[in-house]
Unconditional design. Structure first.
Length: 280
């Protein structure tokens, strides 16, 4: 007698139909009929009386059901004890202007964990936490800083301004500039004392650098997003006291939750205590 046969018997007994039992067990109707026939041969009894609308349980089936139901339930619960725990789902939002060399090491502890399924979304999409600039956080979010960086001017490789070791905002006047869709500090650079000459707007940092390499114009961007092998010249702007602090932002109401704790641990931050939550 097999557990599978008893499962099919229970389905027929409870639904009163071989067809309905097959649907419940996700198998074919002949497989159910064969299992019932095998049970009847082994027990040397008739379990169901067949009729037009289905089947009717016999007295023998009533006796078998009372014993088989707890037996099958116990067997299935025993199997469940050894089934792997479902992977926890972690959804992390990323702002678009992040640089790959810094972000990949932060993601690896999550992607390499066998009990986590990581989903990456835009920074403004629903998520458990997000890696963004502090200037992008909401008032109900806590912030765990990861790094801070300044901004540089990226110039075409043969531009004459590359001969200066340091530039000022005045050097940008009349200079063809490439705007960045992902600029997180656009509201802080709206008044430069002159009207910037925007000749293009790039949707990604990679596209902005490609336009600079092509000689279309220059662009101001976080220093970390410029790869070492980029064919552009970068110079600091002496009078642009602008920096961005990048970190993990998460809802203060979720502080201490298992998911947020796991994210903070992955990026090298200890879970916040009550005092640090209030300070954030």
């Amino acid at each position: 007698m097999e557990l599978r046969e008893l499962r099919y018997f229970l389905a027929v007994y409870e639904t009163g139909s071989v067809t309905a039992a097959a649907r419940r067990c996700f198998i074919s109707q002949p497989s159910v009929s064969a299992a019932i026939a095998a049970l009847e041969r082994e027990l040397d009894t008739v379990l169901f009386a067949r009729h037009r609308k289905g089947v009717a349980a016999t007295a023998a089936a009533d006796v078998l059901y009372r014993r088989a139901r707890p037996l099958v339930d116990d067997a299935l619960s025993l199997k469940a004890l050894f089934e792997p725990t479902p992977a926890a789902e972690v959804t992390l939002g990323l702002m678009r202007s992040l640089d790959i060399p810094r972000v990949l090491p932060l993601l690896k502890p999550l992607t390499q964990a066998g009990d986590v399924r990581l989903f990456l979304v835009e920074a403004d999409a629903p998520c458990d936490a997000r890696i963004v600039s502090r200037s992008m956080t909401d008032k109900d979010e806590a912030f765990a800083p990861l790094w801070s960086e300044g901004y540089v001017l990226a110039l075409p490789p043969r531009h004459e301004l590359r001969l200066k070791s340091q530039l000022t905002l005045a050097d940008l006047e009349g200079l063809p500039l490439i705007g960045r869709c992902n600029c997180e500090n656009a509201d802080q650079t709206g008044d430069l004392g002159f009207k910037p000459q925007i000749v293009a707007v790039a949707t990604t940092e990679e596209w902005a650098l490609a336009l600079v390499e092509a000689g279309v114009g220059a662009t101001v961007l976080p220093e970390g997003v410029v790869p070492p092998d980029a064919r552009v010249a970068t110079r600091p702007l002496a009078d642009l006291g602008l920096r961005r602090e990048v970190g993990v932002a998460y809802r203060q109401a979720d502080a201490g939750s298992a998911t947020v704790t796991r994210i903070l641990q992955a990026v090298g931050h200890a879970p916040p205590g009550p005092a640090s939550r209030r300070a954030a």
